[in-house]
Design a protein around this ligand. Structure first.
Ligand code: ATP
Ligand code: MG
Length: 575
């Protein structure tokens, strides 16, 4: 490609609308432009990266035995009503009506559509296992689109759906996809980890997220430093402490009311009463599908709403507003307590061994001291309700934990029979018996993968693309295009590298060399070849890798072969 005939509108300045580095660099490098909130155009350079990621995905999916299809973006409401998600999916689902007043949505995911296809086309155990995938545009009306194409509303996803005769076979399909995803992200040059994750609104029983490690990631992940345990923070299990410690040996003291005027936070309460946070129990009132539920959690712990939501089997869970809190506790927010509370009480395991705790008194500006389970209130259920902390041991091996941030680029789910049951997708087994199909589903955010790669590979000057997903592999930078020798050598090298199948960008613009260098760094092209009158006197060109500082000089006559080999070597180092 000739730069002068191409379209790479770069910015010198950092756009103020962008918060994270990948977003800034994608705008500055002329890869994307915003149309409106969460909706972007991929400019030519961005599209080249997208296509490279798609090609890697296609190669690995095909190799795994999955079969490519392309489903519609617009989906009829009836299918979503059948699966129960028309109600459950919430406001991320973009719904609309056609001219006949028929309801439809723009697909945020395709479980319903593929299950409908499979129930019509797959009838025998002989037709399985089968895995269909597509690379297609999704729409999710995200509440807070941000970080450019990392979290947008319209985005390209690779989604795949596996169909199997039973759970054991479905587990195999899941493992194949898990391996395939590892291959894909490795080939994209990413540093990533697969972590245990919650299954969210897609449903199902088990899942792993593929996380690209980056400080700006929206997800927090926890790893064991000793064993292989890794999980999304919202999923990470906290095992109940077997030895509740000294507090359980304490004698129960008489219940006492203490005035706590204007005390709202745990910090204020610990200071006011001169106690530590682990002597306090927080009572959080939630609205679970409209019903009030109380969650008890130790003062120094945080409730994990995902765990609570899963435990309750709730579709919607949110902290109760002032009205509901006043209705169930008789007091404003901040004074709820378990004593004489007439709602279901779920307590975190850490509460179990506690004695003489401090709780709210269900009265404004009042707390209770020496509250004891059994004597003063009872718990409906003890459960793991809290966020894991650095003080907790690994739930598998009790080893020490490490916390990092990550960007979710892929997600694999075991769905079981959730959709086949709801939508009656069945097959006949070898005895002619009708059985439910077992499903799995698997997603990769294509745009997010490019953004995550940039988030992980950049420096002060711009992007440092892994060669496998770089828009161009080599940039040729003639310093003085008007110098006929420079022009000729550059043109010849451009032609011979292109003939060898290398993606080359020839910066043939008639501008200052300084600008060309700056743009080359910004675009992150892995191999830069500089051609100037000075080095040509010795019949040499200069090569520099974007990821390194040193330069080397190559004889003009050997340049095409040498550079093509270098490109191959860079590819091989990623495989
Ligand atoms: P998140 O937790 O980040 O919202 P999700 O769990 O909703 O993601 P999935 O339903 O698992 O996402 O979708 C599969 C993949 O699609 C994700 O792993 C991610 O890479 C990508 N993806 C999801 N939502 C977005 C979005 N709003 N913008 C860009 N990519 C997205
Ligand atoms: Mg997810």
């Amino acid at each position: 490609m000739r730069y002068s005939k191409y379209f790479i509108p770069t910015y010198k300045e950092t756009p103020s609308e962008a918060e994270v580095i990948s977003h800034k660099l994608m705008l500055r490098a002329g890869m994307i432009r915003k149309l409106t909130s969460g909706i972007y155009t991929y400019l030519p350079l961005g599209l080249r990266s997208i296509r490279k990621v798609e090609n890697i995905i296609r190669e690995e999916m095909d190799r795994s035995g999955a079969i490519e299809v392309l489903m519609p973006a617009v989906q009829p409401a009836e299918l979503w009503q059948e699966s129960g998600r028309w109600e459950a999916y919430g406001r991320e689902l973009l719904r609309f009506k056609d001219r006949h007043n028929r309801e439809a949505c723009f697909g945020p995911t395709h479980e319903e559509v593929i299950t409908d296809l499979v129930r019509k086309e797959i009838h025998s155990y002989r037709q399985m296992p089968i895995n269909f995938y597509q690379i297609q545009t999704k729409f999710r009306d995200e509440i807070r689109p941000r970080f450019g194409v990392m979290r947008c509303r319209e985005f390209i996803m690779k989604d795949a759906y596996s169909f199997d005769v039973d759970e054991a076979a479905a587990d195999k399909s899941y493992d194949v996809m898990h391996q395939t995803y590892s291959n894909i992200f490795r080939r994209c040059g990413l540093k990533f980890r697969a972590v245990e994750a919650d299954t969210g609104s897609i449903g199902g029983s088990f899942s792993h997220e593929f996380m690209v490690l980056a400080d700006t990631g929206e997800d927090e992940i926890v790893f064991c430093k000793k064993c292989s345990y890794a999980a999304n923070l919202e999923k990470a299990e906290v095992k109940p402490v077997e030895d509740p410690g000294a507090s359980s040996a304490e004698k129960a003291k008489p219940l006492e009311e203490v005035p706590t005027p204007d005390i709202k936070t745990i910090e204020e309460l610990t200071a006011f009463l001169s106690v530590s946070a682990d002597q306090i129990v927080k009572t959080l009132i939630f609205s679970s599908d409209g019903n009030a539920v109380a969650a008890l959690i130790r003062g120094d712990h945080e409730v994990n709403e995902t765990k609570l939501k899963n435990l309750l089997g709730a579709e919607q869970l949110e902290l109760a507003g002032p009205e509901l809190v006043a209705h169930v506790t008789g007091a404003p927010i901040g004074f709820a307590g378990p004593v004489e509370l007439r709602v279901k009480i779920i307590a975190d395991y850490a509460i179990k061994g506690m004695k003489n705790m401090i709780t709210g008194a269900n009265k404004q500006d009042m707390h209770l001291k020496n509250v004891n389970i059994g004597r003063d209130f009872s718990v409906d259920k003890f459960a793991d309700l809290r966020m894991i902390t650095p003080a907790d041991p690994c739930p598998r091996c009790r080893g020490p934990l490490d916390f990092k941030r990550g960007i979710e680029v892929g997600h694999v789910f075991k769905l079981g029979t959730k959709y086949s049951k709801a939508m009656h997708a069945v097959y006949l087994d070898e005895h002619g018996e009708e059985k439910l199909i077992f499903m799995g589903c698997y997603g990769i955010g294509v745009g997010r993968t490019v953004a995550a790669a940039i988030e992980q590979n950049n420096d002060r000057d711009g992007i440092i693309f892994p060669i496998t997903i770089a828009p161009f592999e080599v940039v040729i930078l003639p310093l003085q295009m008007q110098n006929s020798n420079v022009g000729q050598v550059s043109e010849e090298l451009y032609r011979s590298l292109s003939d060898k199948g290398v993606d080359v960008l020839l910066d043939d613009r008639d501008i200052r060399a300084g600008i060309k260098f700056k743009d080359a760094d910004l675009l992150g092209t892995p191999v830069r070849i500089t051609i100037g009158a000075r080095t040509l006197k010795e019949a040499k060109v200069e090569m520099k890798l974007r990821s390194q500082t040193q330069t080397i000089f190559i004889p003009v006559s050997e340049a095409p072969g040498f550079i093509a080999d270098k490109v191959r070597e860079l590819h091989d180092s990623i495989k």
